[in-house]
Design a protein around this ligand. Structure first.
Ligand SMILES: Cc1cc2nc3c(=O)[nH]c(=O)nc-3n(C[C@H](O)[C@H](O)[C@H](O)COP(=O)(O)OP(=O)(O)OC[C@H]3O[C@@H](n4cnc5c(N)ncnc54)[C@H](O)[C@@H]3O)c2cc1C
Length: 394
């Protein structure tokens, strides 16, 4: 079967043919997470013919949903000034572009613990001043909820949460008026050079039927699955670290309904509103990653998405709660609802400084084949900047 291709938002069949004829480049995007969708829309708006393939049955159902939903504003990265500064630049842009998807009506607090912490109060305030991020003392009611033996200082800051469902719907709305040809339930399994371009082989996840498509450029935006396509195409793997992560979704006590908390910077935890489900996400540096593995050349490739399906998923919620209660006794009253499990993927160099740079490998092993990964949702602007400044399509 040739998987049906439909162009949305353009009139008759003849119109579509004519429209495609005059388009500049044929681009295939692999992966319909936020990155793949945003980049697809960007190219379509610039007059290219874009085909977007997503393996799951719906868009943005993997890491772009199963995350903490924090729109980073720099505070989280005292150990990586570059990531902090990039966040400061992206934050207003992201909040402005996706206004309807942002929960800005929350009180966000960063707290410093002298016990086991990697930053002191003095270091944190100096760091905030350095990156130009405002902060003020948290209100009394919040401080009274803390255990003063464990918490040295509480700061009120500006940081928001995004609603991933709304983000997805916003991107799908954008596609309506564009030439992006998008399909779910399609796995891209191989890419190879053909004349001046590339041939992409893909399969229907339900029927297993296979089809091929020609492209001038292919963008691999599959996050934790980047090396799957490289492995299948006999290309060099990219060194990546993967963590099997558990993000708990909880109902918080009324006092914390509008509150987000992050204790810096060590084996602590974060509790953030999770707007898509009107709950809070709960992550813990020690318990959210259950185990890790690495993609490396010359070692057997482990398919992270298969591993995620097969994992037994024993929740660490009780450990998270028990530890968090030592800092915020009221957290004992949280009602656990369920957990989001996801493979979190990091560049190995992020291990030491907790940075979140993007990965951008242009022409990775094949001319016109590009691999992209963003460590944060707002990193997408860094990707667009590279695509334009480095004239990737030229
Ligand atoms: C636990 C956790 C917490 C996080 N917290 C935050 C946070 O608070 N704030 C923040 O900004 N960022 C956070 N992040 C990072 C953020 O989620 C990612 O940077 C972002 O979602 C990556 O988007 P993506 O589109 O690249 O990946 P994804 O959303 O995973 O999209 C990749 C897509 O590719 C598809 N795919 C895979 N293989 C194939 C194939 N062969 N063919 C077709 N499709 C394929 C997948 O099904 C998937 O939909 C967190 C991540 C995790 C895991």
């Amino acid at each position: 079967m040739v998987v049906a291709a439909t162009l949305t938002g353009i009139g008759s069949k003849a119109d579509k043919k004519l429209y495609l004829y005059f388009m500049k480049k044929k681009i295939v995007i692999v992966g319909g997470g936020f990155f793949g969708m945003y980049i697809a829309d960007f190219f379509a708006r610039n007059g290219h013919a874009v085909q977007l393939f997503e393996k799951e049955s719906s868009f943005m159902s993997r890491a772009s949903y199963n995350n903490q939903a924090r729109v980073h504003n720099g505070y989280h990265y005292p150990r990586s000034i570059l990531t902090a500064l990039r966040s400061r630049i992206s934050f207003p842009r992201f909040v402005d572009e996706f206004q309807d998807c942002i929960d800005s009506d929350l009180e966000k607090y960063y707290l410093i613990s002298s016990k086991l912490g990697k930053v002191t109060v003095n270091q944190f305030t100096k760091f905030c001043e350095r990156i130009g991020a405002s902060f003020k003392p948290a209100p009394d009611y919040l401080r009274k909820l803390t255990n003063p033996v464990m918490i040295d200082a509480c700061f009120s800051v500006t940081e928001y949460a995004f609603d991933s469902r709304k983000l997805r719907d916003d991107m799908l709305d954008r596609f309506q008026g564009s030439s992006v040809n998008y399909q779910t339930g399609i796995s891209v399994d191989n890419v190879r050079q053909y004349k001046d371009g590339l041939i992409v082989t893909y399969s229907n996840c339900k029927s297993a039927e296979i089809a091929e498509s020609y492209a001038d450029h292919v963008f691999n935006c599959t996050y934790s699955h980047i090396n799957y396509l490289l492995k299948n195409s006999s290309l060099e793997l990219i060194s990546l670290k993967h963590e099997m992560t558990e993000m708990c979704l909880v109902d918080v006590p009324d006092e914390l309904r509008r509150v987000g908390l992050t204790i810096m910077c060590g084996p602590f935890f974060s509790v953030m509103p999770f707007p898509s489900e009107r709950l809070h996400s709960f992550s813990h540096v020690r318990y959210t990653p259950h185990y890790e593995w690495f993609d490396k050349n010359n070692t057997p490739y482990i398919d992270g998405l298969n591993r995620l399906d097969e994992d037994r998923k024993y929740s660490a919620w009780n450990y998270m709660k028990k530890d968090a209660m030592r800092y915020f006794p009221i957290l004992e009253e949280c009602q656990y609802k369920r957990s989001l499990w996801e493979v979190k993927t990091l560049l190995p160099r992020s291990e030491s400084d907790d940075s979140r740079p993007i990965l951008f490998r242009a022409n990775h092993g094949l001319r016109g084949f590009h691999c992209i990964m963003g460590g944060k949702i707002d990193n997408v602007y860094d990707v667009i900047e590279i695509i334009t400044s480095q004239h990737i399509l030229d």
